[in-house]
Design a protein around this ligand. Structure first.
Ligand SMILES: NC(=O)c1ccc[n+]([C@@H]2O[C@H](COP(=O)([O-])OP(=O)(O)OC[C@H]3O[C@@H](n4cnc5c(N)ncnc54)[C@H](OP(=O)(O)O)[C@@H]3O)[C@@H](O)[C@H]2O)c1
Length: 326
């Protein structure tokens, strides 16, 4: 069955905003779920004007009709955020409630499919709060009657992505980077264009329904490697020195001072650095064969986009205000 009408959650976010354009290009009819009207501020017009519905996933009553008439939905939402480190631990409870509310609404509406983008990282690996919460959301969505596809990704390289912006600001601003040992944990980043190809490809591949896939680029690198790559691509001389015994909270405060990424996003992400984020399997490559972008190219693409206006991310919770980096 060709699914045509899609509900997109998170259309103001880093990934949702880009997926909206991709789905429009592919001829889908999209209904966007937003919390605030003014935030879906599209600079380039779409072929078809998307329908906008106002709802908050934390308010089950607001979800009563948003899925009516829809075939499928993308779940691209998280609740990390806030300007204070103290607010940060509330996100897991909010994400649990949001996923439960959405699963119930999707079951009631009889959706054919949900596609969710979560995080890589293995349960046996003393998971951080952030990754444990991403996995919990996957389990909640999969426990309903709707066939749910889960894609699991590590850092996504693209302008406005939280992890990429942290790397970008740190390397741009600091000639000497004194880093905690977690920056040597291995991960398998992926470019935003590859993520969009997998997200949209799953909608067109019925065999991906109800299954979970790891997605990653070709290269397995540490965050320190990623910072070195960024410096190389930008032609910057940078020294990265590992410093043992730096508490996560301290490094999160420090990253928060240097970058515009809110503390409520930095702490859970920094805590997640201790977990390896590498694909356990590559089935998706057979089902959706795409050519994988190298990290260097992904960084160049992100920088080209930044030149147009750095990470014009309109999400309220992760807004990286354009700032002069000089
Ligand atoms: N960025 C990465 O590197 C990365 C890596 C791996 C996986 N992922 C996954 O990709 C997904 C999307 O992430 P992202 O980077 O695009 O995040 P983002 O830019 O911070 O966007 C989050 C979106 O969620 C919306 N939202 C939050 N709470 C909501 C609620 N209660 N009701 C309705 N909407 C709500 C936000 O709307 P407002 O504009 O109203 O705040 C925003 O549109 C997440 O599941 C994340 O775990 C991201």
């Amino acid at each position: 069955m060709l699914l045509k009408k899609i509900l997109l959650t998170g259309p103001t976010g880093f990934i949702g905003k880009r997926l909206l354009y991709k789905l429009d290009e592919m001829g889908y009819w999209v209904r966007c779920l937003v919390r605030r009207g003014e935030t879906l501020n599209l600079k380039i017009p779409l072929t078809r004007e998307p329908e906008i519905v106002y709802a908050d996933l934390l308010d089950p009553d607001s979800l009563s009709a948003v899925l009516d008439g829809m075939d499928a939905a993308y779940y691209l939402v998280h609740s990390m955020g806030g300007r204070s480190i103290r607010q940060t631990l509330a996100f897991a409870e909010k994400d649990r409630r949001a996923a439960e509310n959405f699963r119930q609404a999707a079951d009631r509406a009889g959706l054919a499919r949900i596609i969710y983008l979560g995080g890589l990282g293995d349960a046996g690996d003393r998971l951080s709060h952030h990754l444990a919460s991403r996995h919990e959301v996957a389990r909640i969505l999969q426990s309903g009657t709707v066939k749910t596809t889960v894609l699991r990704a590590a850092v996504i390289i693209g302008a406005g992505g939280a992890s990429f912006e942290i790397v970008r600001y740190l390397v741009e601003r600091l000639p000497l980077l004194l880093c905690p040992k977690w920056v040597y944990t291995e991960s398998q980043p992926i470019s935003i264009d590859n993520v969009l190809a997998y997200l949209s490809g799953c909608m067109e591949a019925p065999e991906t329904a109800g299954r979970s896939f790891d997605i990653g680029g070709h290269q397995i690198v540490s965050y320190a490697d990623l910072m070195r790559m960024y410096a190389r691509v930008r032609g910057l001389k940078r020294s990265i020195i590992g410093v043992p015994l730096v508490p996560i909270r301290f490094s999160a405060y420090w990253v928060n001072l240097i970058t515009p990424v809110p503390a409520g996003v930095v702490l859970p992400l920094a805590e997640g650095l201790r977990n390896k984020a590498i694909c356990r399997e590559n089935t998706i490559r057979k089902l959706i064969p795409i050519s994988l972008t190298s990290m260097e190219t992904a960084i160049c693409n992100a920088l080209a986009e930044e030149a147009e206006g750095p990470g014009k991310l309109l999400s309220q919770q992760a807004c990286f205000l354009p700032e002069d980096l000089t």
